[in-house]
Design a protein around this ligand. Structure first.
Ligand code: UT7
Length: 323
């Protein structure tokens, strides 16, 4: 049985760090409020001359280096982003060119904070179906460009960054002992469209717009949907939560991560959390956290890793993989 095995990981965070105290100079907020309600201490912010494709390329190059592969080995680039360089073409095409890749395919995925989980799902299907052998899956965002810097209820929550993984076809036996992606589940419910959105767009306003969110509504769905998607993955694999080595959830709010831990009845030391340092980097949050935890030796080859996300749309989903 063909499996999509994770053979490389990389991440990139812009150098500039913005603290909660920095933000309290701009809007009526405080370090204490932000920490208590979200767990966020700081976020990274791209320089004015850095665009999403730059962040994506840096993460992709790190993923290629960690796998010891050159770009010539890559059949396609799958980029999850909600902050593209231009309305079109796909930012993935620009990433492809910047990486020096002159064959294969590249496309963007617009599933907002669930984009990386959607990207892994599509890449897994492309690899298992024989359409590709080696794929780069990237999540990259410059959220700072679409924030309303006067709106304290949203501008404190997000950050910029990029994470990437390299997937390669491998042969498994079809059991959960295999290395690679074991289960994927993706969902959406457009009734949540207005609860979290950017209030502009080419066909509606002709503007880019800013992030608007009904925080309480999104919080409720985030806990419920991410916990459900996690349980679905665990059940589909015939496992129990205790058998999962690491949970790498979307990083929106530490209180959401804590609540998922309670629902799965798993201790926080099984969770990778980067929300304090990165804030919510949308599609980049899971690959950033994953790359950090593989890079520092917490997640090791053979570990079972469960990723789950929830974002605007609403979209949500989970991916279970053995590293
Ligand atoms: O990636 C998926 C999408 N995002 C999420 O999953 C985020 C989900 N939502 C959340 O994380 C939380 O709902 C927030 C962090 C956004 C808000 O936390 P909350 O505990 O739900 O607070 P709240 O919205 O109920 O606001 C409580 C109070 C309000 O004041 P009043 O009306 O009670 O007087 C807000 O105006 O806190 C006020 N507030 C702030 N105060 C200081 C809102 N933002 C701030 C702020 N600083 N930055």
């Amino acid at each position: 049985m063909r499996r999509a095995r994770l053979i490389g990981h990389g991440r990139y965070l812009p150098e500039r760090i913005v603290s909660n105290d920095d933000l309290s100079q701009r809007v009526d907020t405080s370090d204490a409020w932000i920490r208590q309600r979200t767990g966020i201490r700081q976020r990274h912010m791209a320089e004015p001359n850095q665009v999403t494709s730059d962040l994506a390329v840096a993460a992709a190059e790190a993923a290629l280096a960690s796998a010891g592969l050159s770009i010539d080995a890559v059949d396609g680039v799958v980029l999850a982003t909600s902050t593209p360089d231009n309305t079109y073409p796909a930012t993935a095409a620009r990433v492809q060119a910047k990486l020096g890749m002159t064959r294969g395919f590249a496309f963007d995925i617009a599933a907002v904070c669930s984009g990386f989980v959607y990207g892994l799902t599509i890449a897994d299907n492309l690899i298992r179906g024989g359409q590709a052998d080696t794929l780069l899956v990237i999540g990259a965002e410059t959220n700072s460009r679409i924030l309303d810097w006067e709106d304290r209820s949203t501008c404190v929550l997000f950050g910029d960054g990029a994470g990437a993984v390299l997937l390669r076809a491998d042969v498994g036996t079809g059991t959960t002992a295999d290395h690679g992606i074991l289960t994927c589940h993706i969902y959406s419910d457009g009734r949540g469209y207005d609860a979290l959105k950017v209030d502009g767009g080419p066909s509606s306003t002709g503007t880019v717009g800013h992030v608007r969110m009904n925080g309480g509504e999104v919080f409720k769905h985030a806990v419920q949907n991410m916990a459900d998607a996690a349980m679905t993955a665990i059940a589909a694999a015939g496992l129990t939560p205790e058998q999962i080595d690491w949970i790498v959830p979307h990083q929106a709010n530490q209180r959401i991560i804590d609540a998922i831990g309670r629902r799965l009845d798993l201790p926080m030391d099984r969770f990778v959390s980067t929300v304090a340092d990165h804030a919510n980097t949308s599609a980049a949050s899971i690959p950033l956290a994953l790359a950090e935890a593989i890079g520092d030796g917490r997640i090791r080859t053979g570990d079972l890793v469960l990723m789950q996300a929830m974002g605007a749309g609403f979209t949500w989903g989970s991916v279970l993989a053995r590293l």
